[in-house]
Design a protein around this ligand. Structure first.
Ligand code: ZN
Length: 130
């Protein structure tokens, strides 16, 4: 298990991947709290089988961010979802693409086996090979 703080100004997804590489975590689960300066999140349209991307260019609180780590194309890949609150306490969320860190505290649980992702034709997503 790893507990650390991610760097100010960096992208939360890239920073999580960097920490996993540094700590040699190929598969795991994580949770994050903190604050972002702006982010891109989205919704997977199950009929169109594609993501709708939404940009949020304001400061916000991460009320919940959770995700997993696995291997895609021989590289560490982070899949995360996020809920965040604006200054009035309104919460939005969805699939988390990217977000510039103001502050981020992360807890990563590593898993002894390695899970890899592969293309799944039913969903058009790269899902865990099980
Ligand atoms: Zn997702």
């Amino acid at each position: 298990m790893i507990i650390t703080r991610l760097s100010y100004g960096k992208d939360l997804i890239s920073e999580t991947e960097r920490v996993c590489e540094e700590k040699r975590i190929k598969t795991g689960w994580f949770i994050v709290i903190g604050a972002l300066k702006n982010l891109t999140y989205g919704f997977y349209d199950q009929n169109l089988r594609e993501y709708k991307r939404i940009s949020y260019k304001r400061h916000c609180e991460i009320t919940s961010c959770t995700g997993n780590v696995s291997i895609l194309d021989n590289k560490i890949f982070v899949h995360a979802h996020i809920n965040f609150a604006d200054k009035d306490g309104n919460v939005k969320g969805g699939h988390f693409f990217s977000g510039e860190i103001f502050a981020a505290e992360i807890l990563i649980f590593d898993y002894k086996d390695t899970l890899t992702r592969e293309f799944d034709k039913e969903t058009n997503l790269k899902l865990w090979k099980i």
